[in-house]
Design a protein around this ligand. Sequence first.
Ligand code: R5P
Length: 268
Amino acid sequence: MDWGMANRMSKLFGKDGNCFYLALDHGYFQGPTHGLERPGATLEPLEPFVDAIFVPRGSLRAAIPPALKAGLILRVSGGNSMVGEDLANEELAVSVDEILRLNATAVGYSAYVGSRYEHQTLMGLSRLVDLCAPYGIPVMAVTAVGRELGQKQESRFLSLACRVCAEAGANVVKTYYTEDFERVVEGCPVPVVIAGGPKTESQLEVLKFVHDGMSRGARGVNLGRNIWQDADPEAMARALRAVIHEQAGPEAAYDLYRSASEARGERR
Ligand code: R5P
């Protein structure tokens, strides 16, 4: 691996090989999502806990300070929206010049395996890898499932989707958590990170699925709503960091959540 690529990969993963990415990219197809109306304000208290942020160029330029210390995973696919005909009709939406200009640590791109737009999105992924490789920029593929998360959140489908993305050249693959996550990881030759999904009922539920996924081989997470839609996003980021980088179990991390939240309540 060339130095530039190795340097960027080292920013995506901590010394322990694990990673905590904060997803702030929802606006590119969902509009002003609750909790992410002002991405700069959402990020500010959370940045110290995360390794990188996942963000589209619009929010980046308008709201994220250029003195950002965390890594930048630039969302480079788009062209769809929640109110459009088919969420899977997405493609490469950012040029390599723009990726370089914004000094991205990596780029993130959605491939819709099993959809009507499978071919278009996979060919776009291959093209993106070809565009980024000469500059040493890693590509994170997102195994996107559109509105069918329930039906597709099972290991047979997800392991196929992850392997297909890795074979297209992705350096990292982000996919949904499933109970037998080791099947997904074993079949994928590049690091796998867990995506979030809709806000869960409890913090402990999130901490448990992250811990379980990582004990089955996931290298970390790319999470959004379960952090910044939480009653105390900072305490949630603190607790997740403990699971990801400090080997905390879910219960210990939940205790950390509660004490961080109480301490912050007292200071307010
Ligand atoms: C998928 O690529 C989305 O745009 C988000 O990055 C991903 O779903 C993680 O966010 P959340 O935890 O809110 O689902």
